[in-house]
Design a protein around this ligand. Structure first.
Ligand code: FES
Length: 380
C-alpha cells in the first residue's frame, strides 16, 4: 500500500467492506468519539414501535388530506369579489382564510411528520469530532455515505410501509398543491367572458346596451347617489369619481361594487382656463372643455394618484413619487418609476347637464388602454 496512509484501506478493500464496517471505519478515521449510537427500537415489532409508526403516519395523512382540501378549495370555491350586500359574500369572504389554513396545515403536517420520524426512528447518536482542514478524501466520502445509509436502514424505513406510503401521499399531495397554486392563475382564462362586467379587459366604465354611465362621488353611503356636474368643480379643482348607471339604483351589490372595483376610480380634473393642454393623438375628443378624467390607478404599481398640483398641472403618486404631466403631455410620467401615461376616460355632458362617459369613442365609453400596472399578456 505504497503512498497510502496507515489504517486507510485501498479502493479494492473499500469496495469489499460491508456497510457496518464502513460506518466503523469512518468513525475511527474521523477521530470521532461516538458517545451514544443505538437503535431506537432494538426489539422489532413491539406495540410501542407500531404506535410510534402510526403517530408519524397520522401527520402525513393530515398533510395529504389538507393538501387535497387546498387543491379542491382553490379550484372550486367562489373566489370572485362579492359585495357585502350580495348573497355570495359569505362564501367569498371565506376563500382566502380557507386556502391559507389548508395549505398552511399541509406544510406544517409534512414538517412535523418528518421531524417526528427522525426523532422516533433514526438511531440515537451523540458524537464528538475534531474538525480538520481541507476537503474530504474519498474514504471520508464513502464512509459518510455509508453512515447515512446505515441510519436509514436502522430506522427501518424500508420495512415501514405505512410511513412510506403516508409520507409519499402527504408530500406528494402537498407538492401537487404547490403546483396548483403556482400554475392555477395561468389556467384561469382572463379572456373568458370578455364582454361581461367581470372581464379583466374592461372596467366598470364600459357601457353595455348603450346605457348612460354617469360620474358619481363616493358619499360614504353607496345608496346616496351624487352625480357630478361641470359647475361643481372650481377651476384648478379635482375630484375622485366612480361609475353609476340608473339600472343600478337600489341594487346594493352593484352600487357597492362600482365603488370598490379596483380599476374604477377616476380623477376628474378641471384645468385652469388658458391651460391649453397637449392632447394625445387619437384622444382629442376625450375631454370636455377644461375637464379631463384620468384613471387614478398609478401605472407603476397601482397606488392611487391622489394629489393634483394645479400650479404645475401634475398628478402625483405618493407611493414612489411618480409625477404625471396632465397639461403638457396627457398625463405622461415625467418623474419617478412609472413608464406609462395614465389612461384617459372619454367624458362629455348629457342633455341634463351631468358629466357622463362619451360612448362615441371606440370602447363604449371605457378606457381604450389597460388601467394600472401592466399585467401579463396585455392586449394592446
Ligand atoms: S405606485 Fe405610483 S409611483 Fe409606484
Amino acid at each position: 500500500m505504497s503512498g497510502q496512509e496507515k489504517g486507510v484501506p485501498s479502493d479494492a478493500e473499500l469496495a469489499d467492506m460491508s456497510q457496518d464496517e464502513l460506518v466503523r471505519l469512518g468513525v475511527q478515521l474521523d477521530d470521532v468519539e461516538l458517545v451514544k449510537y443505538k437503535d431506537r427500537w432494538p426489539v422489532k415489532g413491539t406495540r410501542a414501535e407500531k404506535r410510534a409508526e402510526r403517530q408519524v403516519a397520522a401527520w402525513f395523512i393530515l398533510a395529504a388530506v389538507s393538501g387535497l382540501a387546498f387543491i379542491v378549495l382553490y379550484v372550486v370555491w367562489p373566489w370572485q369579489y362579492e359585495s357585502p350586500f350580495s348573497e355570495g359574500h359569505f362564501l367569498y369572504s371565506l376563500y382566502t382564510p380557507l386556502i391559507g389554513i389548508t395549505l398552511g396545515l399541509s406544510i406544517l403536517a409534512v414538517g412535523i411528520g418528518v421531524i417526528s420520524y427522525a426523532k422516533k426512528f433514526v438511531p440515537e447518536e451523540m458524537a464528538v469530532q475534531q474538525r480538520h482542514d481541507g476537503g474530504s478524501s474519498e474514504v471520508d466520502k464513502r464512509t459518510t455515505a455509508a453512515l447515512l445509509a446505515d441510519s436509514g436502514q436502522r430506522s427501518g424505513l424500508a420495512r415501514r410501509s405505512l410511513i412510506k406510503r403516508t409520507g409519499l401521499a402527504g408530500a406528494g399531495v402537498f407538492g401537487v398543491g404547490l403546483g396548483v397554486f403556482a400554475l392555477g392563475g395561468l389556467v384561469r382564462n382572463p379572456w373568458a367572458h370578455s364582454d361581461s362586467p367581470d372581464s379583466l379587459w374592461h372596467t366598470g366604465w364600459r357601457s353595455y346596451d348603450g346605457e348612460k354611465v354617469y360620474l358619481r362621488r363616493d358619499t360614504g353611503d353607496p345608496h346616496e347617489i351624487s352625480l357630478v356636474r361641470p359647475e361643481d368643480l372650481k377651476a384648478g379643482g379635482f375630484e375622485t369619481v366612480f361609475p353609476f348607471r340608473e339600472s343600478e339604483r337600489g341594487d346594493d351589490h352593484a352600487l357597492f361594487k362600482a365603488l370598490r372595483k379596483s380599476d374604477n376610480p377616476v380623477m376628474l380634473i378641471r384645468l385652469r382656463p388658458g391651460s391649453e393642454p397637449t392632447k394625445r393623438k387619437g384622444q382629442e375628443t376625450f375631454n370636455y372643455g377644461d375637464y379631463y378624467a384620468y384613471s387614478k390607478i398609478c401605472t407603476h404599481l397601482g397606488c392611487p394618484t391622489s394629489l393634483f398640483e394645479q400650479q404645475t398641472g401634475r398628478l402625483l403618486c405618493p407611493c414612489h413619487q411618480s409625477q404625471f404631466d396632465v397639461v403638457h403631455s396627457y398625463a405622461k410620467p415625467i418623474f419617478g418609476p412609472a413608464t406609462r401615461s395614465l389612461p384617459q376616460l372619454p367624458i362629455m355632458v348629457d342633455e341634463d347637464g351631468f358629466l357622463v362617459t362619451n360612448q362615441d369613442t371606440s370602447n363604449q365609453g371605457d378606457f381604450i388602454e389597460p388601467v394600472g400596472p401592466g399585467f401579463w399578456e396585455r392586449k394592446s
